[in-house]
Design a protein. Structure first.
Length: 256
């Protein structure tokens, strides 16, 4: 008797996929990661308006929203298809950073900011400055957390943050960000750049309650920045300790 249950079908699918030995780079969740990176740059192209067509802020926001939405599915697919990998985990973080960097680059260099700069120079100075700080913070945090994982032989640094003695850090990371402070910070992390860009366009005046959502996003992003600075300092300390232990154990091949 043939078993056609969903569980059996999924098992057969996984068996076939493993038999074919699909390269990790071509795993379906990783293909979504590539699509997210491409979408981030497409949105940047729409936002900055290079060429004869001019900027299209509404389309840019939609493309970025699409890129962010794909992030909801790659992890689910990776687990369902048994395609979890270190490469995929790193690609997911890189795709997040590329997306957020693209939104801040658009805010700092788009036509809206240039128009403000020609009339209200003082009010536009903070945008490129904030963009540079936030972009640098995100990529620095990524590099340091990766180094920390490498020196400690694992990737569970987020779980360790839940046990941090600093209340703000442990509260934000608790239950994988599924708490009011965590949601606020993640909302700001993903939307502050895009909403800052949108604030320089007509979207600010056509979307009801825009300034309220923008203020929440900026405050959430500042909260995330505080956590990133703390994480970077903590990671640098942990990496230094880890390197000392590795050197003491002779893992660097150093001879006294």
């Amino acid at each position: 008797m043939v078993n056609n249950s969903p569980t059996s079908t999924t098992s057969r699918t996984l068996t076939v996929m493993k038999a074919r030995r699909i390269p990790v780079a071509l795993y379906l969740p990783n293909l979504l990661g590539y699509a997210r990176v491409v979408s981030a740059f497409v949105g940047l192209r729409c936002a900055t308006g290079r060429g004869s067509e001019g900027s299209r802020p509404g389309l840019a926001i939609l493309v970025w929203a699409f890129s962010a939405a794909l992030d909801l599915f790659d992890g689910i697919l990776a687990r369902r298809l048994d395609q979890c990998s270190n490469f995929g985990a790193n690609l997911d973080v890189v795709a997040d950073n590329v997306l957020r960097s693209a939104t801040w680059l658009a805010a700092a260099t788009g036509p809206g900011c240039k128009a403000l700069a020609s009339t209200e120079a003082a009010s536009c100075v903070w945008v490129p400055l904030a963009a540079g700080i936030f972009i640098a913070l995100e990529w620095t945090t990524f590099v340091l957390t990766q180094l920390r994982s490498a020196t400690e032989g694992g990737a569970g640094w987020k779980k360790q943050q839940e046990r941090s003695p600093v209340w703000l850090i442990s509260a934000l990371f608790r239950n994988n960000f599924r708490n009011p402070i965590g949601v606020w910070a993640i909302y700001g992390l993903f939307s502050a750049g895009a909403l800052t860009y949108a604030s320089e366009t007509d979207l600010r005046w056509t979307v009801p309650g825009f300034d309220m959502f923008w203020a929440l996003a900026i405050s959430g992003r500042l909260l995330s920045a505080i956590v990133e600075v703390w994480t970077c300092c903590n990671c640098m300390s942990q990496v230094a300790d880890g390197l000392e232990r590795m050197e003491g154990n002779g893992e660097w091949g150093i001879r006294g």
